[in-house]
Ligand binder design. Structure first.
Ligand SMILES: CC(C)(COP(=O)(O)OP(=O)(O)OC[C@H]1O[C@@H](n2cnc3c(N)ncnc32)[C@H](O)[C@@H]1OP(=O)(O)O)[C@@H](O)C(=O)NCCC(=O)NCCS
Length: 179
C-alpha cells in the first residue's frame, strides 16, 4: 500500500472494477478521458484490466479515501526500465471528491514511490487543454508543460490540443527541498 495524507493507493479488488465501470458511465468523467468515448460495459472493463495485468509495462491501482471508499484509479503506462521512464494516468470518478486535493495527494504519493523506491528518472502524462482542473493539479505536483499535440482530440464540434507534461526525479527532489 502507498499512503498519502488523504488517500491510500492499493491493489485492485474485483468490486473496485464494478465501481470503476459505474464511474466511467458518467459523461462528465469521460469528457476528460479521451480513451473512453463510450460508456464501457462491465465485461469490457474487466477484460481491459486483465489485459493490462498481463502487460509488464502497465499497472493499475485503486485510490481509496481514508474510510476505505473507492474513489478512482491511478495507473502507470509505458514503463521502461532502460530509460527509467513511465507515463501516469488518473481518474477520480466520484465527482464529490474533485477539487479537494485528493488527486494531488494520490499523485504525490505515487511520484514519491516511483522516484524514491523504484529509482525512476522521468514521469510523463498527457492532458486535454480544456481540463484546467487536472492541469492545475499536475502543476501543483511539480509537472511542467513540455509540449502539445495540436488538434489531437475532437469533442463538442471542434478539435482540442493534447498537452504533454512531465517531471524529472531531480525536479521532484528540488521542489521538496524548497518546501
Ligand atoms: C484530474 C483529477 C485527478 C484532479 O484531482 P482533484 O482531486 O480534483 O484535484 P486537486 O483538488 O488535487 O487539484 C485541483 C486544482 O485545480 C483547481 N480547480 C478545482 N476546480 C477547478 C476548475 N473547475 N477549473 C480550474 N481549476 C480548478 C483547484 O483549486 C486545485 O488547484 P490549486 O491546488 O492550485 O488550488 C480529478 O479532478 C479527476 O479525476 N477528474 C476527472 C478525470 C480526469 O480529468 N482525469 C485526468 C485526465 S488527464
Amino acid at each position: 500500500m502507498i499512503q498519502g495524507e488523504l488517500v491510500d493507493i492499493v491493489a485492485y479488488r474485483p468490486e473496485y472494477i464494478d465501481l470503476a465501470v459505474e464511474m466511467l458511465s458518467d459523461p462528465e468523467v469521460r469528457r476528460y478521458l479521451p480513451s473512453f468515448i463510450w460508456p464501457p460495459g462491465a465485461s469490457e472493463v474487466r477484460d481491459w484490466f486483465q489485459r493490462m495485468e498481463g502487460d509488464p509495462r502497465t499497472r493499475n491501482f485503486a485510490i481509496l479515501d481514508k474510510s476505505g471508499q473507492f474513489i478512482g484509479n491511478i495507473g502507470l503506462r509505458n514503463l521502461n526500465w532502460q530509460s527509467r521512464t513511465v507515463d501516469l494516468v488518473i481518474f477520480i470518478g466520484d465527482r464529490r471528491f474533485w477539487g479537494n486535493g485528493y488527486g494531488r495527494d494520490a499523485i504525490c504519493a505515487v511520484l514519491d514511490h516511483l522516484f524514491a523506491n523504484l529509482n525512476l528518472h522521468r514521469v510523463g502524462l498527457q492532458v486535454l487543454e480544456y481540463n484546467e482542473r487536472a492541469i492545475r493539479c499536475y502543476q501543483a505536483c511539480g509537472f511542467v508543460v513540455e509540449g502539445r499535440s495540436r488538434q489531437a482530440h475532437y469533442a463538442n464540434g471542434r478539435y482540442w490540443d493534447l498537452i504533454q507534461m512531465g517531471i524529472l526525479k531531480d525536479e521532484w527532489y528540488a521542489r521538496r527541498d524548497m518546501a
